[in-house]
Design a protein around this ligand. Structure first.
Ligand SMILES: N[C@@H](CCC(=O)N[C@@H](CS)C(=O)NCC(=O)O)C(=O)O
Length: 217
């Protein structure tokens, strides 16, 4: 059985964007059942968990004989098991991998900077000075992405793991109105989020947080 790690609970600003969501979504698209190991700070610090995830983060993915960390690597591993996420031809697979890296390497790094400023250090002087530049760079990148997307439904000629990753990355902007300036990208994100597999993945992540809150109350 596949097992992934996820947090027992996170503050509301992070609920629905924790990176195990990508993995849950990929597993749902691929139709692969999975179990979840819910963890907290103690487990994160443990030597046993560090042996699976050197940085103590979620998600970790485990299947018979294999343990993986890094959501991009995990999601691509899952995608390699299912045509729901990867086209059968080599070129199509390579393009989907390209978009998976683009989401992580060319888009997420900018969006993550804004999330860190807004959610962790909004009052810091350096953050206030730096934020406009960060937002400007994001708009520039998103404009380029929107130009690529044009009138397409997805980044390539069908839904792939690249769209899955890009959508979860674009969700990092949900506390802002940045995407309103890019209506085609906003519609693209919402189109991907409307997929039943995404809805099941999100509901599963949120259910764990609600359960934990109820137990704590
Ligand atoms: N590059 C890693 C990042 C994982 C990551 O940032 N995980 C966050 C949750 S979304 C985490 O575990 N944060 C807690 C920590 O860093 O201690 C991946 O994509 O898997």
């Amino acid at each position: 059985m596949i097992t992934i790690s996820a947090f027992k609970w996170v503050p509301p600003f992070a609920q629905g964007v924790v990176r195990d969501l990508r993995v849950r979504w990929a597993l749902e698209e691929a139709g692969l059942p999975y179990e979840v190991r819910l963890i907290g700070p103690q487990v994160q610090k443990s030597a046993e968990y560090r042996a699976q995830q050197p940085f103590g983060q979620v998600p970790v993915y485990q299947e018979e004989g294999l343990t993986l960390f890094e959501s991009g690597a995990i999601v691509f591993h899952i995608a390699s098991k299912s045509e729901a996420l990867l086209p059968p031809d080599d070129a199509g697979r390579a393009r989907a991998l390209t978009w998976t890296f683009a989401a992580l390497n060319s888009i997420e790094i900018y969006l993550q900077q804004l999330a860190e400023i807004d959610l962790f250090v909004p009052e810091a002087e350096w953050a206030k000075l730096h934020r406009p530049d960060v937002v400007a760079r994001i708009h520039h990148r998103l404009g380029e992405l929107a130009t690529w997307l044009g009138n397409r439904e997805f980044l390539e000629d069908r839904f792939t793991v690249g769209d899955l990753m890009m959508t979860t990355v674009l969700r990092l902007l949900r506390h802002t109105d940045v995407l309103d300036a890019h209506p085609a990208l906003k519609a693209y994100k919402e189109r991907c989020e409307a997929r039943p597999a995404f809805q099941r993945a999100l509901a599963a992540q949120m259910a764990a947080f609600q359960q934990h809150e109820r137990r704590e109350a």
